[in-house]
Ligand binder design. Structure first.
Ligand code: FMN
Length: 200
């Protein structure tokens, strides 16, 4: 039987009255029995998805591996230059569009609307139930793309050993997505990652 580890992800105290536009996520649960070697051996891009949605437990796990808080001082599962933690991870699914709030282990709603249609630039995307959108600074001297790469690789490695399919995607209109997210001028959409279950 697989062992799972319940992580006290937030290390913070969640308000007992959740904000209307904040969805509290279940604590992430990570399978401890999987080796890094297995995850690396199995990592691959998936381009044949079923429509099966990703539930909140799996979403919590995915977001924690991508960019969650893994230490009591608030540091993350990925390194960031000078620990600036200047990556942002947005989630879009049929429920709307959200910003991952790692400190609270929650989703902050940013749009009622789903942005999934904006990512349907390749046929296989029609079935994909969830897209992660990595956002960072536009400053020339920043490491935003590296931070996104660390996060999406973590998600790929989690996915490969947890029956989840993912593909990193740059083929979409980044400017249009940035506008839809109402990003300020000093932030840009870096890349996205489709997440779902592989078609049987
Ligand atoms: C930055 C980046 C952008 C990518 N953009 C797309 C994309 O828009 N559409 C797509 O189908 N795959 C995309 N991919 C996936 C690559 O095509 C895929 O990783 C590559 O073919 C190697 O396959 P593997 O991941 O199974 O090893 C992207 C990968 C990266 C790292």
């Amino acid at each position: 039987m697989k062992k799972t580890m319940m992580l006290s992800a937030a290390f913070g105290v969640m308000s007992s009255v959740a904000m209307a536009d904040m969805i509290e996520l279940p604590a992430p649960q990570i399978n401890e029995d999987v080796t890094l070697y297995q995850a690396l051996q199995d990592r691959h891009a998936v381009r044949d998805f079923s429509k099966r949605p990703i539930d909140r437990q799996i979403l919590s796990n995915i977001l924690w591996v991508a960019y969650g808080v893994n230490r009591e001082d608030g540091r993350r599962t990925i390194p960031t230059a000078k620990n600036e933690q200047d990556l942002a991870v947005y989630v879009t699914n049929s429920e709307g569009t959200f910003l991952y709030n790692a400190t609270e282990n929650a989703l902050d709603k940013v749009l009622d609307q789903s942005l999934l249609p904006m990512f349907q630039t390749q046929d296989y995307m029609q079935n994909v139930p969830l897209v992660l959108i990595y956002v960072g600074s536009t400053a020339e001297t920043n490491f935003a793309f590296m931070h996104a790469g660390s996060a999406y690789q973590n998600v790929d490695l989690y996915a490969s050993t947890n029956n989840i399919g993912t593909v990193v995607r740059a083929w979409f209109d980044k400017k249009a997505v940035a506008e839809a997210l109402k990003l300020p001028n000093n932030q840009q959409v870096l890349v996205s990652q489709a997440v779902g279950y592989e078609a049987e």
